[in-house]
Every structure is written in structure tokens, then in C-alpha cells.
Write a protein that binds this ligand. Structure first.
Ligand code: NDP
Ligand code: MG
Length: 381
């Protein structure tokens, strides 16, 4: 029986993680979880899974919930609460499915508490991959990828040796606007951007997919997870999202992982690794699919991907700036304050003015994150 702490239980990945736990009640139990502001959903999860500790974002919501579950569940709040859920003594695995760099400190604390980390929260690795990976190595804790591309690479690498990798190829669906020209992107709406052709996901990552920043964040995530330089990380447009990513080896052989697009596959693999459990999802029928398409990425059309490669290569605090600027710009787009193309302008401006600091510690990362957010907010005030 594996005991699971789930950060971000009310989100898209969180809900699908609960599906996986529900499907294997004999193998998994939920001992703690966090929600943000969705208290209604938190109540439902408490009733269904009877966890011991629950964190919500706001103190007032925690007080309300605590009065309803006196003596049954411990309710906590804020960053301290997230850390409590992430380090809960009983938990074996921490699934980090919160969105944004708010997931960083809980991940570091979970590593210190020697929890296995199933990581969906890519912003954590983008903003401070060097700290997370060093911490994981120091404490001997595995970081298991949940992101579908990284799970694919991880699966392709089973039984393989790092030294034999020539490159990895991350596939990209191209998001909601993959067939539009740059001119056509001028006036796109939030509603249009939120319509992803292949995946149903949280709002932030759906916008990241439309700008292709999601793939940029994934390039940096892959750099840290698989210890590869950026020259060995390629991106390929593949609109069907059937091949989830591939590894090319020195002998020219390519190993790929395929399947119908369903996040429960990589989530469950992270929870059962190195084992595999049955999963009742639609099977891939290649005869029916018949044709798969691939296309080179146009770095001028998808400038955010270019920014991510630049930030990754510069290193230090630059990826922190990339991530924080993107989080703020996407939030501003979602609330109608800026246009779609202004997202990349915010990121470009934030990166241009930043003087990167090499080997930043946690305090420096947090300061740069805060400062970048303030700067981006000031751009559209
Ligand atoms: P959602 O927006 O659907 O869910 C985010 C979760 O985080 C919710 O539980 C939300 O709580 C909580 N949350 C948001 N802000 C805060 C905060 N400030 N403090 C504490 N909790 C907070 O996101 P997704 O599930 O789509 O994505 C989660 C992560 O997984 C992201 O990093 C994303 O990039 C990554 N990912 C997602 C994929 C997907 O298919 N969705 C695929 C691959 C990676 P509440 O809703 O209660 O406010
Ligand atoms: Mg992905």
C-alpha cells in the first residue's frame, strides 16, 4: 500500500490522480492533499478519501472547513500548510500537481523528508532545477516525471545508459493556434486560446500550449530531469499527440512511447514505477489513426520557445525570470488585461532587463521571482 500526498488535488492533474487512486484502492491511499480556493471540491475529496491533513490557500477557508471536520481532519493553509502536506510523515509519495512556482519550496521540503516525488509542476524545475536536482541527489530521492513527454522519455530510457543518448525529441501538438499565422494571432480571444485540440488541462498550461511556452518550459524541465545539454534536446511538431516523445541513440535507433492522449497513463506510471498496473482507457488503434504528421518548429512563429532555449542556455536566474514573467503575463491575458501576443513581449522585456546571477540560492530565486512579477505587473498597469 502506497500512501500519497497530493498537492493540487482540485486541478486537472489532481482530479486525474484521484481517478487513478480510486481505480486501485487496494494499492494506494490518499493521506493528505491540498486545494487552492475550490473549497466545494475539497469537501467532496475529504468525504471520498478521508485524508488526515488538508491544506487550502486561504486562512478563512481553512477555518470554515476546520469547523466542519473537527476531530476528523487537520486543516491547514498557505505555504506552511502546503509544506505540511508535502512532508506528512505517513506519505510515501508526494504528487506535486499545483500550478506555478508556488510548488518549489514544498518540493524541496518533501525531498528533505525523503518522499518520492511525482512531479507534474514543471514550473518548479524551470525556476530552480539546479536546486531541486541537487537536493534530490543529496537526499537520494527519485523525481518521477508526470508530464507526458518526460514520462515518455523516462519510459524509453528504461534499461538504457545515459552515455548512449544522442538526443531526445519532445513532441509538441502546437496548441490551439498551431494553424494560424502570426498576423492571425493579433486579435485572438481568451476563449479561443483555451480550446486545446488534444488535451483538456488547466487554464495556465492551455495558454502555455497556445504560445508554445509550454514546450519551452518542457525543454528546461527535460534538461534537468535527464541531465542533457540543450543541444541534445529537440522539439518536433506532431499534431496528433500520439507519439508522446522519443529518444535517439548513438546507433541511430529511435525509441518512442505512444498511446492515446490520456494523462492518467503518465500519472499512474509515476505512482507504480517500476511496475505497471492495468488502466482501462481507450487503446491506441494505429490502423484507425492511419497517418501521423510531423513538422519542424518555426522559431519565429513560436518566439516563447526560442526565449526558453535562450534562458536555459544563459542559466543562473534567467529561467526564473522566464517563468515568473510568463506566469504573470498569462494571468494578465486570462483576465483580459493584455493581448495574446503581449505575453511574449512581457517575457522578452523582463529577460532583456535582467542581469543574470549565476548559481542562485533559494533566497535569490525567490527575490528574482518576486521582482520579475512586479515588473511585469507594472508593464500593463
Ligand atoms: P490546474 O489549474 O487545473 O490546477 C492547479 C491546482 O493548483 C489546483 O488544485 C489549484 O487549486 C492549485 N493552486 C493554484 N494556485 C495555487 C496557489 N497559489 N497555492 C496553492 N494551490 C494552488 O492545473 P493543471 O492540473 O492543469 O496543472 C498542474 C501542473 O501540472 C502545472 O504545472 C502544469 O504545467 C502541469 N501539467 C499539467 C498537465 C495537464 O494535463 N493538465 C500536463 C502536464 C503537466 P484550486 O483550483 O482549488 O484553486
Ligand atoms: Mg507536457
Amino acid at each position: 500500500m502506497r500512501a500519497i500526498s497530493l498537492l493540487g488535488a482540485t486541478g486537472s492533474i489532481g482530479k486525474q490522480t484521484l481517478d487513478v487512486i480510486r481505480a486501485h484502492r487496494d494499492a494506494f491511499r490518499l493521506v493528505a492533499f491540498s486545494a487552492g480556493r475550490n473549497i466545494e471540491q475539497a469537501r467532496i475529496i475529504i468525504e471520498q478519501f478521508s485524508p488526515k491533513v488538508v491544506c487550502v490557500a486561504q486562512k478563512e477557508d481553512a477555518d470554515t472547513l476546520q469547523s466542519e471536520y473537527i476531530g476528523r481532519v487537520r486543516i491547514v493553509s498557505g505555504e506552511d500548510g502546503l509544506i505540511e502536506v508535502a512532508t506528512m510523515q505517513e506519505a510515501d509519495i508526494v504528487v506535486n500537481a499545483v500550478v506555478g512556482s508556488v510548488g518549489l519550496v514544498p518540493t524541496l521540503k518533501a525531498i528533505e523528508a525523503k518522499k518520492t516525488i511525482a512531479l507534474a509542476n514543471k514550473e518548479t524545475l524551470v525556476t530552480a532545477g539546479h536546486l531541486v536536482m541537487k537536493h534530490a541527489a543529496d537526499y537520494g530521492v527519485p523525481i518521477l516525471p508526470v508530464d507526458s513527454e518526460h514520462s515518455a522519455i523516462f519510459q524509453c530510457l528504461q534499461g538504457e545508459q545515459q552515455k548512449n543518448i544522442e538526443c531526445i525529441i519532445l513532441t509538441a501538438s502546437g496548441g490551439s493556434f498551431r494553424d494560424r499565422t502570426r498576423e492571425q494571432l493579433e486579435h485572438v480571444t481568451v476563449e479561443e486560446a483555451l480550446k486545446h485540440p488534444n488535451w483538456s488541462m488547466g487554464a495556465k498550461i492551455t495558454i502555455d500550449s497556445a504560445t508554445m511556452m509550454n514546450k519551452g518550459l518542457e525543454v528546461i524541465e527535460a534538461h534537468w530531469l535527464f541531465h542533457l545539454p540543450y543541444e541534445q534536446i529537440d522539439v518536433l511538431l506532431h499534431k496528433e499527440s500520439i507519439i508522446h516523445s522519443m529518444v535517439q541513440f548513438h546507433d541511430g535507433s529511435i525509441i518512442a512511447q505512444l498511446g492515446t492522449p490520456d494523462m492518467r497513463v503518465p500519472i499512474q506510471y509515476a505512482l507504480t514505477y517500476p511496475d505497471r498496473f492495468p488502466l482501462h482507457i481507450e487503446r491506441l488503434n494505429l490502423a484507425q489513426v492511419a497517418t501521423l504528421h510531423f513538422q519542424k518548429v518555426d522559431m519565429n512563429r513560436f518566439r516563447c520557445l526560442q526565449f526558453a532555449y535562450e534562458a536555459g542556455n544563459i542559466g543562473g536566474t534567467m529561467p526564473t525570470v522566464l517563468n515568473a514573467a510568463n506566469e504573470e503575463a498569462v494571468a494578465a491575458f486570462l483576465t483580459g488585461q493584455i493581448s495574446f501576443l503581449a505575453i511574449e513581449q512581457c517575457i522578452e522585456q523582463a529577460m532583456e532587463r535582467h542581469v543574470p546571477i549565476a548559481h542562485p540560492d533559494l533566497e535569490t530565486i525567490r527575490a528574482v521571482d518576486r521582482e520579475t512579477r512586479q515588473y511585469v505587473k507594472s508593464l500593463h498597469m
